[in-house]
Unconditional design. Structure first.
Length: 194
C-alpha cells in the first residue's frame, strides 16, 4: 500500500511539473495576457505592441461610400499556445464580436491569421497572410479578394502608428499592384489600463 501511494505521488508530481512547464506562458492571474515564449520565432514579437486591452472606435464604410457612425469596441490581444501564437478578441457595442488566431510559420516566413466573427459564422475561416512590412512599424496582411466590378485585388489589413497609448488599424481593398486603394474599415485604439 505504501509503495502504491508513493508511486501515485510520484506520478502526480510528474504530471504537475509537466503541466506547469507546458502552461508556463499561458494566460494566468499573474499574466492576464500570457507571455511570449522565448522559444517562439522572433516574429511573434511583431504583435507585442498590441498585447493587452484597448478601447477602440471602429468605423466601416456604408454602401453609398459614406462612413458609418463609429462603434465602440474593446480589443484584446494575448499570447496563446504557451506563448507561441497570438489571439485577439473584439467585443463591440453593436453586439457583433470577432477574433483571430495568429500563427507564424517559420518554413514559409509568413504570418497566417484566421478570422472568425459572430455576425458571419462559417465552416471555413477567412485567412490573411503576410509579415511585418518593410516599412517601419507596420504589420501588413493580405487576402485575395476581387472588387465588386470583378477586378482582381486584395483585402489588405494594416496595423500602424504604434505608441505606448495605442495603435491604429485599416482594412482596405487594393488592386494587385496596390496603386488603387479603397479604405472600407478603420479602427483607432487607446490602451486600457486594468
Amino acid at each position: 500500500m505504501i509503495r502504491n501511494t508513493l508511486t501515485l505521488c510520484l506520478v502526480l508530481l510528474s504530471v504537475n511539473l509537466f503541466a506547469q512547464e507546458y502552461a508556463k506562458y499561458e494566460v494566468s492571474t499573474t499574466n492576464p495576457f500570457g507571455l511570449l515564449n522565448p522559444e517562439a520565432p522572433e516574429q511573434v514579437k511583431d504583435f507585442a505592441p498590441m498585447i493587452g486591452r484597448c478601447l477602440c472606435q471602429s468605423e466601416t464604410r456604408n454602401q453609398d461610400g459614406t462612413w458609418a457612425e463609429p462603434t465602440e469596441m474593446m480589443w484584446t490581444f494575448k499570447y496563446i499556445m504557451n506563448g507561441l501564437g497570438v489571439q485577439d478578441e473584439t467585443v463591440k457595442a453593436d453586439g457583433k464580436h470577432s477574433g483571430s488566431i495568429r500563427q507564424y510559420h517559420a518554413d514559409s516566413a509568413r504570418w497566417y491569421v484566421h478570422w472568425y466573427g459572430s455576425a458571419s459564422p462559417t465552416t471555413v475561416l477567412s485567412t490573411w497572410e503576410g509579415n511585418a512590412s518593410t516599412e517601419k512599424d507596420k504589420i501588413v496582411l493580405y487576402r485575395d479578394q476581387a472588387a465588386p466590378n470583378g477586378m482582381e485585388g486584395y483585402y489588405r489589413l494594416t496595423f500602424y502608428d504604434f505608441t505606448d497609448s495605442g495603435y491604429k488599424w485599416a482594412g482596405e481593398w487594393t488592386d494587385k499592384a496596390e496603386s488603387i486603394v479603397y479604405p472600407t474599415w478603420k479602427i483607432t485604439c487607446t490602451r486600457k489600463e486594468d
